[in-house]
Design a protein around this ligand. Structure first.
Ligand code: CA
Length: 618
């Protein structure tokens, strides 16, 4: 052994130097043995690599094919990794005439799946936050040398310096409100020009790297491990549709069709309806799916098979690497829908316990239902393979229900009509329901700062069918900030998240009286929901609203919950006979907030301007 070492060391040194010189990017940066998929695509980038031939000498691994593309600087290699291949370092040998490059590649041992990729469903309550805006746990990473945008707290359209450490520092707070899952807007690198404002994270410049202003890949993984230890879950935001114009691909595209041609297709029409429209023209389909989202976000051509494989693998890599429990896929209706169906299928085949919610931002129940699983009502028979959709019709309906109350389908009646259409969904219990998010005005503002309506909508969110998602700050009834652009008003920083803040809403002492009142209300309802089988997964049964009162039940084997939304300014007496089919089995109801009791064998009174929740008792 002593004699061999001196021989090996210089050799290793030489290969590292050579590969460092010539192979500047290896994606994915590493992989694992015994993955649920056998095939692995490796994208190598470096000067004239397309002229090299690759070979691998490793037990259980074979090269299936290698592909040179339009740019001579890429080499795509497909490996078949059999179940016999052991973790270790393989050497991808590249040769061209007399030149030789050794590319070391790690095949890691997979972590135990225990407590990882758990999925999420209607038992959960999702807390949505923007990492740049939540809390700054590490002021040293606010601005990174060599990255294009520095933090600027004076300008709300710019980065504020929030990060992964900030989230980690406040997990107690998130858990205290009763949230069981966290969805962050994207944490991947967005090294974009400052004038663009990429703090939102949807303009990726490297799909394998956490933005250093949020932290590192290791910190992200450590955060997820910590969240898992606490019995919570993480949902990762991903984007198949587009990248940022500063992505390194853009300087030297692998193929001419890697991104769709903006000269030809311009920007997208934003008309998501086109994707499910049986009468759509090619012009409209191209405009929707091939137009760029904005001029700074090149539209990816997922129909290029190499790119399609790259994107699918990128997803698998993040799941395996970080153990995330779910994915929120951005702009779901904008890419080619057949590709999205392939992506969803391959991801869920590999990780069946995971859940995916697609941002299907469409405005009717029919169109929303098109995107969930296999919708037999769709004339083209589209099978999306997507379990969860963002329920925009739910959000839109709740947001308008309190602002109009004149017609047959308005006011609280609109909530009834919303659910009366649920037959178009394969599984409406998997719809992600919400009052607001980072792309729309905060709910309290939308309700004209009406506190009673705010409370009514939150109680509705906690008892409706589906998976509730709560936008950060809602627990404080946050208002808009009047500065910055359209979006910045509702993407403010959390007071107390920054070292120089004058107060901290993360503590009872730091919150105003009103904030504490809202906080307690949100916390009590959310925590009650976490213990209520009926609210989580009970059968939904409702009655056509009369006199602006909407009554519905959630029925589970051991628990029946009655919810009464009374939008009248005075207390109302409820005639029990209309609800006899449910109430006959019970004698009383207990209000989950006030602990007040009602006798359901007679007519009973409900409070004004309240969504009251009653646990029925025999
Ligand atoms: Ca920071």
């Amino acid at each position: 052994m002593k004699n061999v070492l001196p021989l090996i060391l210089p050799f290793l040194f030489l290969t590292v130097i050579l590969s460092a010189q010539q192979v500047t990017v290896i994606d994915p940066p590493f992989w694992w043995a015994d993955m649920p998929v056998a095939e692995l695509q490796i994208q190598l980038y470096g000067e004239e690599l397309g002229y090299y031939r690759a070979s691998v000498d490793y037990e259980g691994i074979e090269i299936i094919r290698q592909i040179a593309v339009d740019s001579p600087n890429y080499l795509f290699i497909y490996l078949d990794i059999s179940k016999h291949a052991k973790p270790g370092q393989l050497n991808i040998k590249l040769t061209r005439d007399g030149n030789k490059i050794d590319v070391p590649y790690q095949l890691l041992q997979r972590e135990s799946s225990q407590g990882r990729y758990q999925g999420f469903d209607s038992k959960d309550v999702i807390y949505l936050m923007m990492p740049d805006r939540f809390a700054n746990g590490n002021p040293d990473n606010d601005s990174i040398k060599g990255m294009l945008e520095k933090a600027n707290r004076q300008d709300p359209t710019k980065r504020q310096g929030g990060d992964i450490q900030g989230v980690r520092d406040h997990l107690d707070y998130i858990q205290e409100i009763g949230m069981t899952a966290i969805w962050f807007t994207p944490i991947i690198e967005n090294d974009m020009k400052p004038e663009y404002g990429a703090y939102h994270g949807y303009a990726a410049t490297n799909l394998y790297k956490v933005d250093r202003r949020y932290g590192s890949n290791e910190e992200y993984k450590a955060l997820i491990d910590e969240v898992h230890r606490r019995g919570m879950k993480v949902i990762m935001d991903m984007i198949n549709n587009h990248i940022g114009d500063q992505h390194w691909w853009m300087k030297d595209l692998p193929t001419k069709d890697w991104v769709n041609d903006i000269e030809k297709f311009g920007t997208t029409s934003f008309r998501g309806s086109v994707a499910s429209d049986p009468y759509a023209s090619n012009y409209d389909i191209n405009k929707l799916t091939k137009g760029w989202f904005v001029p700074e976000m090149p539209d990816l051509n997922q129909n290029n098979e190499l790119l399609g494989d790259y994107l699918i693998q990128n997803t698998l890599w993040w799941i395996e690497y970080s153990g995330i429990d779910g994915i929120r896929m951005d702009t779901y209706v904008y890419p080619d829908k057949e590709f999205m169906a392939r992506w969803a299928k391959q991801v869920l085949d590999a990780y069946p316990t995971l859940n995916i919610v697609g941002e299907a931002w469409v405005n009717t129940v029919q169109m929303s239902g098109f995107w969930q699983y296999d919708d037999e009502g769709a004339s083209d028979g589209y099978q999306s393979n997507l379990p969860s959709v963002t329920d925009f019709p739910f959000a839109n309906t709740v947001r308008s229900a309190f602002n109009q109350n004149f017609g047959w389908t308005q006011g609280l009646r609109s909530l009834y009509y919303l659910f009366a259409q649920d037959a178009v969904y394969e599984n409406p219990m998997l719809n992600v329901i919400f009052l607001d998010n980072h792309d729309m005005g905060r709910i309290f503002e939308t309700l004209g700062k009406n506190k009673e309506h705010f409370k009514m909508t939150y109680a509705f969110l906690m008892t409706a069918r589906g998976i509730p998602q709560v936008y950060y700050g809602t627990e404080l009834m946050m208002e808009h900030e009047n500065r910055g652009g359209d979006d910045e008003g509702w993407r403010q920083t959390m007071p107390g998240g920054w070292p120089d803040d004058t107060r901290s809403i993360f503590t009872k002492e730091g919150r105003t009286t009103q904030e504490n009142e809202t906080f307690e209300y949100v916390k009590t309802l959310t925590k009650w929901r976490n213990t209520s089988k009926a609210a989580q997964k009970g059968k939904f049964l409702h009655f056509v609203p009369e006199e602006d009162i909407y009554v519905y039940f959630r029925i589970h084997e051991q628990q029946t919950v009655m919810v009464i939304m009374n939008n009248n300014a005075e207390a109302r007496t409820i005639g029990r006979d209309r609800f006899a089919e449910i109430l006959d089995g019970f004698t009383s109801g207990k209000n989950i907030l006030t602990k007040e009791a009602i006798n359901v064998r007679r007519n009973f009174k409900v409070p004004p301007k309240t969504t009251s929740i009653w646990e029925l008792e025999k």
